[in-house]
Design a binder for this molecule. Structure first.
Ligand code: AMP
Ligand code: MG
Length: 494
């Protein structure tokens, strides 16, 4: 592709950085995006760079880590064709037009293994979708997204990734003055439930259809050519979300702001705002300071996912059947399948956590009685599961737990697998290290207030191997002590 077609005034960076950018999204109907450049910043400085991810992308990490301007939007990578994506969304149940108000897609990096991955700058300046926002992001929240998304990846949960965070040399106002920053986010795509809602709300059937075809090709190629593409996409999205939310539930991840614009069609976890991992087990756990009614509480996540998918189904309705009644009935059947799919995924997940290979009818009750005990005891979710693997006989002087433990041992004895196999399975499904709230805050505090990145680097190292356990990781396994349950709050002012 020649440089002259790049609709950009920013200088481009060439050389052997490994950029291999394509722009399939930009061939979709124009109502789905706006071309524009990122707004340059005063003084870009690299804060954290993900060398391993750069390598996976086919990028020359060593060279690019020395180019903070590229990750700030001051210079464009070779072949970039920046755009902001349009989308709508239901936020806390209310429908609004949104769009990338502070993010810009540089293009799709086609990796050495042939994957097509979005390269997006977040915090890159105002766009036509900024509404009253400044288009910028603060350092703390961008580092937080870096830490948690990379932790999720190490846990084996589908997620967007983080390539780099740079500071901008500019201050931005977020309740107080904060250093500005730009995050480079890598994603299977940034197509959201809200992207379909945008096309549907504009009554643009052509755009909707093109988006369906595009999303099938990009994320569900095995379903391309289906008789009813809209239905095929809906069913595929339901399947992936059921699997994803089950994985969240199994590690105690709380997304915090499951608006429809924050649900990706790829099935990746996206938009790390006020998210956090639960310490003490309680389905009512909420961290987000603005989620006053607990809409996005841990225990509500499956229902909310289904609610969001119903909004997707509504958007797709015109493509499901010429007859509206039949379209609605197809949509309903698909949406109703979410719950059993989620339940199955969840049950497989918790079976693995308990070292179970076989299936018995009583398994759900077995798990639920452990969870009930954990809730009553305010037991730490992560550490309780992890400890099960180490204790042959419960040290707990607790009749309810002892009874449960005996039941569980009984259940284990009814499967053919050896104790060693059971232990391996449990170790592989019960992380020792999760991003504990107080450790994340400690790392952010050191980075933002003292320019000390060593605390975050050590945290990232520990989070990189969550299922291993070595003594060096032990400081990361302590629940947030001194914090009453529910006292930890994450803020949406990102
Ligand atoms: P989020 O809560 O991060 O999912 O964002 C919801 C919407 O608000 C999206 O359309 C964002 O692009 C937009 N937004 C968030 N922060 C800003 C900001 N600082 N400037 C402009 N738009 C923003
Ligand atoms: Mg969002």
């Amino acid at each position: 592709m020649s440089e002259s077609v790049i609709s950009s005034s920013a200088p481009t960076i060439s050389g052997s950085f490994g950029w291999n950018l394509e722009h399939s999204y930009a061939r979709l109907p124009a109502m789905l995006f706006e071309h524009l450049d990122p707004t340059p910043v005063k003084e870009p400085r690299m804060v954290v760079f993900n060398y391993a991810l750069a390598t996976e992308l086919g990028l020359n990490g060593a060279a690019l880590a020395q180019q903070p301007g590229v990750f700030a939007g001051n210079e464009l990578p070779t072949g970039a064709k920046p755009l902001a994506q349009a989308y709508a969304g239901h936020q806390y149940g209310n429908f609004t037009g949104l769009g990338d108000g502070r993010a810009i897609l540089l293009g799709e990096q086609v990796t050495p293994t042939g994957q097509r991955l979005d390269v997006q700058l977040k915090g890159s300046g105002p766009t036509p979708f900024s509404r009253r926002g400044d288009g910028r992001a603060a350092l703390g929240p961008m580092l937080r997204e870096f830490i948690i998304s990379e932790a999720m990846h190490a846990l084996g949960i589908p997620t967007t990734r983080s390539l780099a965070v740079v500071t901008t040399g500019e201050k931005i106002w977020r309740q107080e003055m904060q250093p500005g920053a730009v995050l480079t986010r890598i994603a299977a795509s940034h197509i959201r439930v809200g992207t379909f809602e945008w096309a549907a709300a504009h009554g643009d059937r052509e755009a909707l259809q093109a988006l369906v075809e595009y999303t099938l090709q990009r994320h569900y190629p095995e379903r391309v050519g289906a008789e009813t593409p809209g239905l095929a996409l809906l069913e595929a999205a339901i399947e992936r979300q059921a699997a994803l939310i089950a994985q969240w539930q199994c590690v105690g991840f709380i997304h915090g702001v499951m608006n429809t614009d924050n649900m990706a069609l790829s099935g990746e976890t996206i938009d790390y705002g006020p998210c956090a991992f639960m310490d003490a087990f309680d389905p009512a756990t909420v961290f987000s300071s603005i989620d006053r009614h607990g809409r996005y509480a841990y225990g509500n996540q499956p229902q909310i996912a289904q609610w969001n998918l119903a909004r997707l189904a509504e958007a797709l309705l015109p493509l499901l059947h010429a007859d509206e009644k039949q379209a609605i009935s197809a949509a309903n059947a698909a949406i109703e399948s979410f719950k059993p799919q989620f339940e199955n995924r969840w049950l497989s997940g918790v079976r693995a956590k308990l070292g179970l290979f076989t299936e018995e009818d009583g398994d759900r009750a077995l798990v639920e009685s452990l969870l009930t005990w954990m809730k009553e005891q305010k037991a730490d979710f992560t550490n309780t599961f992890r400890a099960l693997n180490r204790t042959k006989t419960p040290a707990q002087n607790d009749a309810a737990f002892t009874a449960w433990h005996a039941q569980w041992q009984d259940r284990l004895s009814r499967q053919p697998q050896s104790q060693e196999e059971v232990q391996q399975r449990m170790q592989a499904h019960n992380p020792a290290v999760i991003p504990r709230n107080h450790k994340v805050e400690e790392a952010l505090e050191a980075a933002v207030k003292k320019q000390d990145l060593s605390v975050m680097q050590r945290l990232l190292t520990a989070l990189g191997k969550p299922y291993d356990f070595s003594d060096s990781q032990s400081e990361y396994t302590t629940p947030s002590s001194g914090h009453a349950p529910g006292a930890y709050q994450t803020f949406c002012g990102t």
